[in-house]
Design a protein around this ligand. Sequence first.
Ligand SMILES: *[C@@H]1O[C@H](CO)[C@@H](O)[C@H](O)[C@H]1NC(C)=O
Ligand SMILES: *[C@@H]1O[C@H](CO)[C@@H](O)[C@H](O)[C@H]1NC(C)=O
Ligand SMILES: *[C@@H]1O[C@H](CO)[C@@H](O)[C@H](O)[C@H]1NC(C)=O
Ligand SMILES: *[C@@H]1O[C@H](CO)[C@@H](O)[C@H](O)[C@H]1NC(C)=O
Ligand SMILES: *[C@@H]1O[C@H](CO)[C@@H](O)[C@H](O)[C@H]1NC(C)=O
Ligand SMILES: *[C@@H]1O[C@H](CO)[C@@H](O)[C@H](O)[C@H]1NC(C)=O
Ligand SMILES: *[C@@H]1O[C@H](CO)[C@@H](O)[C@H](O)[C@H]1NC(C)=O
Ligand SMILES: CC(=O)N[C@H]1CO[C@H](CO)[C@@H](O)[C@@H]1O
Length: 626
Amino acid sequence: MTTILSLSNLLLLQIITDIEDNADIICLLFTCKQLYQNSSLKRSIQFKGIGEPINTEKRKISKQFIETVNRFNLYSFKDILVNSLSDQQVILGKDRVTVYAEKNNRVDKSNITTVLVKEYQLETIQSIYQIPSIKTLFINDQTNEKAYFKVHLSSISLLPNLQRLFVRSYDLDIGQHSSLKSLDLHVGELYNLSVLENKFESLTELCIKSDFISSGRINLLPSSLTSLTLEPLGIPPKNAFHSLTLLVKLDIYLDFGSQVEEQPCIDLFCLNKLETLKLGGNDSEHYINYIIEIQLPPSIKNLVLIPTCISIPSECPMPLLEQLKVPQCLFTKGGFSMSSSPLLKKLVIDSCFENVEAKMIPSSLEHLSIDKNTGGANILDQVVFPTTLTYLSLKGSWIETVNPNRLPESLVKLKQNIKGPVLPTLPQHLKQFIWKAQPYLYYKPLLVFPSTNNYPPHLETLNLLEVHKDFTINVPLITKYLLIPLDAVHSTDDTQFYSLGSKISKSIILQPQWLPVNTTHLTCQLWNASKDKKLGFRLDEIINRTNVRYLSLRMISRQKPASAPFEFSIQRLDPDNRNVLVLERQSLTGGIITQRKSIDSGQQYDPIYLYLNRSFGWSFGKEHIQ
Ligand SMILES: *[C@@H]1O[C@H](CO)[C@@H](O)[C@H](O)[C@H]1NC(C)=O
Ligand SMILES: *[C@@H]1O[C@H](CO)[C@@H](O)[C@H](O)[C@H]1NC(C)=O
Ligand SMILES: *[C@@H]1O[C@H](CO)[C@@H](O)[C@H](O)[C@H]1NC(C)=O
Ligand SMILES: *[C@@H]1O[C@H](CO)[C@@H](O)[C@H](O)[C@H]1NC(C)=O
Ligand SMILES: *[C@@H]1O[C@H](CO)[C@@H](O)[C@H](O)[C@H]1NC(C)=O
Ligand SMILES: *[C@@H]1O[C@H](CO)[C@@H](O)[C@H](O)[C@H]1NC(C)=O
Ligand SMILES: *[C@@H]1O[C@H](CO)[C@@H](O)[C@H](O)[C@H]1NC(C)=O
Ligand SMILES: CC(=O)N[C@H]1CO[C@H](CO)[C@@H](O)[C@@H]1O
């Protein structure tokens, strides 16, 4: 300890800058308290990954930033937090982001390149026009539910450096901009594409999501486009895309409620740079009595077709095709075949009702996913699995049995629906196995794995998230990453309680350690998480009954999609696990817990809970934070 304290600030800083993980930075500063009491040193330390408060990919305030700012329990680190923020990004609008405001109330705005307007008002736009250095502008992020106004951007050319613009609104009034590169509009009323006519001569990326987009005027879009997304689009006429000859990526979602020509056809043959085509839409919502023919250029590399009423004529060879996702019926309609695609690596066949023929599985494949939709016999019996295959996913709710001897040695990841609780022999080279059990196992069986000498010796990841629902387990020794679903064990008026113990087999539960020593990464999906209650998770069990270092908790229920996970790191600071540093790694919130034994608990530590809620709030129950 004295040695590290005698190092110069410069050297210390270099060491700290090299630490990748913020949790480790905090840990080091906690461990050497003199270090974090030294203000001159602290002023120069920065956290990683929160410098940019705007997540430009998702077009919203970065989650990590919000959580760090709003729930910063480690008050001593606030100055490091402020230090870490970038000068280039600004968030305008009402929010609770006070720490950020301190940094942001500055006079010189010359470095600002990225602005996020949380809630659009006419006045905000005026203040934006005062910052000509802006390159990226987001108006109304995804979380703003009140984006039902018209946004006025007729003077957008006042921002000469603007390259990327995102707007979410009900309606839009937009002016010309000669150097704008990327435009992303989630505008309810953008029926008629002619509002964009002759305005953006340098535009390369355009995405429009609207209530409906008429397909009649696609030819008015700038011919400089290389990437185009339109959703939902009326079924386009044959030559709709002919003027967009530079397109590399086309992503459209068809509206099958719209008018259709007699023999619908989308001709993309002349788009000789097109590499990616994604065509979505739900044709089972309407009575469809036609087939849309798609003509593709030979440049195509990635092809995703979701509707079933599509055909591809055989005179469209695809020699460069690498990834393909299509319904099985495409193979039986028209002349579609993959015989001209020697480079195909990833194949997803959806809606399989019939046998998969051997010729449907090219020998170059690395990734194969089959969505079985029939309760009949095995549909893969004719298939010869390629010797390059690394991932095989047998999706769908029906059982498909494949003799492991038929699977190639290259296979490292397998997802399979298993009937009953006994896992058959697995291919010996597997590193990851995803166990699916449908229909559900109702009688809480013990999952049975092949014996150790028959168990794949490198199978470190065991994913049981799709084993519904009740089971107990005796985890194989080799497991490093364990993913497991949990049901509430009991609940009170305001809290639902979860415990890893509910999944541990009777023979193990009385032993000191519930999981193998090698299981250091545990993911629990907390099922049936009610939106009105908070969740209580037994943390002390994880600390004392397992060797888990990384604990990921995610709430999930049938009605709501899974929440973003809480990612905890658990660092036991002494051999008895009395003092434990617990940090949520994205928000950097947490502290040191001291475990206690009360008189009536005998030799056991008292329970400690992690209380979680859907607003990404969390706290310790029975808090003993230093
Ligand atoms: C802070 O650390 C530097 C170098 O490690 C040292 O010279 C200085 O005296 C320290 N200041 C305090 C207040 O401890
Ligand atoms: C702008 O950025 C430059 C280079 O990163 C920096 O030296 C300067 O201090 C910044 N100015 C302001 C006002 O933040
Ligand atoms: C779309 O806008 C153009 C130009 O404003 C107009 O001529 C045309 O009639 C409009 N089309 C529809 C279907 O509203
Ligand atoms: C398509 O529409 C049908 C009928 O409305 C619906 O049952 C089905 O879930 C939809 N499919 C998808 C993928 O949304
Ligand atoms: C546990 O992990 C260590 C280090 O990765 C490895 O050497 C050992 O074989 C593993 N133990 C079991 C039972 O797999
Ligand atoms: C889910 O929660 C509801 C209400 O809290 C309860 O009635 C139901 O039994 C729970 N289901 C499961 C599978 O735990
Ligand atoms: C979620 O938890 C946090 C921290 O415990 C708390 O501040 C917040 O009010 C809670 N939110 C809800 C909706 O319960
Ligand atoms: C109170 C209690 O259960 N303590 C145990 C926690 O785990 C460590 C390591 O397995 C044991 O040494 C303690 O006795």
